[in-house]
Design a binder for this molecule. Structure first.
Ligand SMILES: C[S@@+](CC[C@H](N)C(=O)[O-])C[C@H]1O[C@@H](n2cnc3c(N)ncnc32)[C@H](O)[C@@H]1O
Length: 253
């Protein structure tokens, strides 16, 4: 109980955001068709107030969201996510160089997509509470190898002020533990909120490799502006494979 309260308190220092499914697809180099074809449940950790679980349901894809804030009712999470949207609006205004240019990403339209996702989250998490699990990395209440695909957006490497290197490693290992052999864990971004790339990423990858977790950094074209997104992809070592249309980082192990 004390653990849960501490995790919720720590989580509240990180803004809750509400990205829609299409933004998840763009972040992780996925298409809707690929998501629909995933041969098992998908984990979204942290889920925040994202629309992924609700929207994927429409595709016939079962996404379980995990986040410590789900200890609070959906309306309270949505209220925090509205504040998170305002944080994002402010960040875009004060540090526009960290975001795609407005001609590629009209900001008002972008923020409206978060509003829509937040509304979908609120309705879906009230209707399907069993798909929204209150849980905090680095310890998740799922059996080994539960998920065919695990997505983790804007947490472990994005918030080094909260996640020390040791906690980042523990979090990555936990995401790998709950992911099935043959499945993948995809993590984005590899940089913090100021755009600084995780300085010890190679050390993390080496430590993962010692525990038989393979890692690639895969580059996906970012829709709209032609730039590239880099995603950390983890697999169980004995099932490493390279998918179509991706490039492998030379240090893939
Ligand atoms: C920036 S939001 C990202 C939400 C969602 N993935 C998205 O992109 O819209 C970060 C989320 O991480 C959650 N969080 C904070 N600490 C966590 C932990 N230890 N384990 C899992 N989630 C955590 C916060 O509650 C918050 O909802």
């Amino acid at each position: 109980m004390a653990d849960t309260a501490a995790a919720v308190a720590a989580a509240l220092r990180i803004p809750i955001t509400s990205r829609p499914l299409d933004e998840y697809c763009a972040l992780f180099g996925l298409t809707r068709a690929e998501l629909a074809a995933v041969p098992g449940p998908v984990l979204d950790c942290p889920g925040g107030a994202a629309g992924l679980t609700a929207e994927a349901r429409e595709l016939g894809c079962h996404v379980i969201a995990a986040d410590p804030v789900y200890a609070a009712p959906p309306s309270a999470v949505a209220a925090q996510a509205l504040a998170g949207r305002d944080v994002m609006a402010g960040a875009i205004r004060t540090a526009p160089h960290l975001y795609p240019a407005p001609r590629h990403l009209p900001y008002e339209r972008y923020l409206r997509s978060w509003d829509r996702a937040r509304r979908l989250f609120t309705a879906d998490s009230a209707a399907h509470p069993h798909d929204y699990i209150a849980a905090a990395l680095p310890r998740l209440p799922f059996a080994d190898h539960t998920f065919a695909l695990t997505l983790s957006a804007y947490l472990l490497l994005a918030h080094p002020e909260t996640f020390t290197p040791a906690r980042q490693l523990a979090g990555l290992l936990e995401l790998a533990r709950v992911t099935a052999p043959g499945g993948e864990v995809r993590i984005y971004p590899l940089h913090d909120g100021a755009g600084r790339r995780c300085p010890h990423l190679d050390d993390l990858r080496r430590a993962l490799g010692e525990r038989r977790i393979s890692s690639d950094i895969q580059a996906f074209p970012r829709p709209g502006d032609g730039r590239t997104r880099r995603v950390l992809v983890l697999t169980h070592a004995f099932t490493t494979r390279t998918g179509k249309g991706r490039t492998r980082d030379s240090t893939g192990r």
